[in-house]
Design a protein around this ligand. Structure first.
Ligand SMILES: NC(=O)c1ccc[n+]([C@@H]2O[C@H](COP(=O)([O-])OP(=O)(O)OC[C@H]3O[C@@H](n4cnc5c(N)ncnc54)[C@H](O)[C@@H]3O)[C@@H](O)[C@H]2O)c1
Length: 272
């Protein structure tokens, strides 16, 4: 998600600093972005000059201090509250006082990240969808602590990125995942119960509901580990059994089959 958000912002003309934990992963993220732009040039979706100008706006680093001058910082690390809290404490020290600190979390309580900082009024959620350069929606998540100016800055940033922002309360799942994950979880339940095959369930939701991809293709795109983390956060908040991750999902995660990112999930991508 981090590379996709960087591509989106750089394409919109923003100067972007990608910060990863090591020089190697920072360089890998930059390479990934460069490959994505090259593919778009090959497909005639942007010119080589535009791709080069976009890349020139992107700097990759492992040093948090390089974020000092940024106006908006969007955290997009693994969906784990403890990891994100630790990072928000570091970001608060590393980033200039006027900056907005945002999280791309799919479900976690944004207020808990805000309270790790000395600037809770400047913390909000800016939730991009996957793949970020393609999907038009951005959920702007408003924790109790955020100021109007912070929410407006986040909203304006999303609009400048060519996205459609919606503002939503800081409640697990926000709008989209609150509605989407019971559906995805129930699809896994149907498969586990042997009600229909993977391919037939995916085909049914494409052909019957006009969805562009079926639930298993979508779970593989989101990542099964991220999906379990989202369901766990929803269950933690609402204690509704519809949000309790179906055992098959956890077994796939335990087997390292996380979806597209590991080459195998519900589908096998290793020959792609
Ligand atoms: N996958 C999706 O479809 C999707 C969609 C919208 C939002 N999100 C959210 O975006 C965030 C990232 O999701 P993802 O699917 O890219 O996750 P991922 O697990 O694929 O990638 C997370 C990345 O964060 C890195 N990381 C972990 N700890 C770090 C730290 N302390 N500092 C810097 N980097 C660190 C990991 O090395 C990894 O590269 C999560 O909060 C997730 O909920 C995901």
């Amino acid at each position: 998600m981090g590379a996709g958000i960087a591509e989106t912002a750089a394409s919109a003309g923003f100067e972007v600093v990608i910060r990863s934990r090591s020089e190697a992963t920072a360089a890998a993220t930059r390479d990934r972005l460069e490959r994505s732009l090259a593919k778009q040039v090959d497909r005639g979706k942007r010119t080589a000059e535009d791709a080069a100008a976009t890349m020139a706006r992107v700097k990759a680093t492992s040093d948090l201090a390089d974020l000092w001058g940024c106006g908006i910082v969007i955290e997009s690390v693994v969906e784990d509250l403890a990891t994100k809290k630790h990072l928000f404490r570091e970001l608060d020290r590393a980033v200039g006082a006027g900056a907005v600190l945002a999280t791309n979390t799919s479900t976690l309580p944004v207020v808990e990240l805000a309270m790790e900082t000395a600037r809770p009024e400047s913390v909000c959620g800016i939730h991009f969808f996957n793949p970020a350069p393609v999907m038009t929606l951005v959920e702007i998540v408003r924790p109790l602590t955020a100021s109007d100016a912070t929410i407006e800055a986040a909203r304006q940033f999303a609009v400048a990125c060519g996205k459609q922002p919606v503002v939503v309360k800081d409640q697990a799942g926000f709008i989209v995942n609150h509605l989407l994950f019971p559906y995805l979880n129930n699809a896994v339940r149907l498969l586990e119960q042997g009600v229909a095959s993977r391919d037939d369930i995916d085909a049914a939701m494409k052909g019957g509901c006009n969805f562009p991809i079926g639930p298993f293709a979508l779970l593989d795109l989101v990542g099964l580990d991220t999906s379990v983390a989202i369901l766990d956060a929803l269950y933690e908040e609402f204690r509704d059994p519809h949000y309790a991750a179906v055992p098959l999902l956890r077994r796939l995660v335990a087997a390292g089959r996380l979806g597209r990112k590991t080459g195998q999930g519900f589908y096998d991508y290793r020959s792609e």
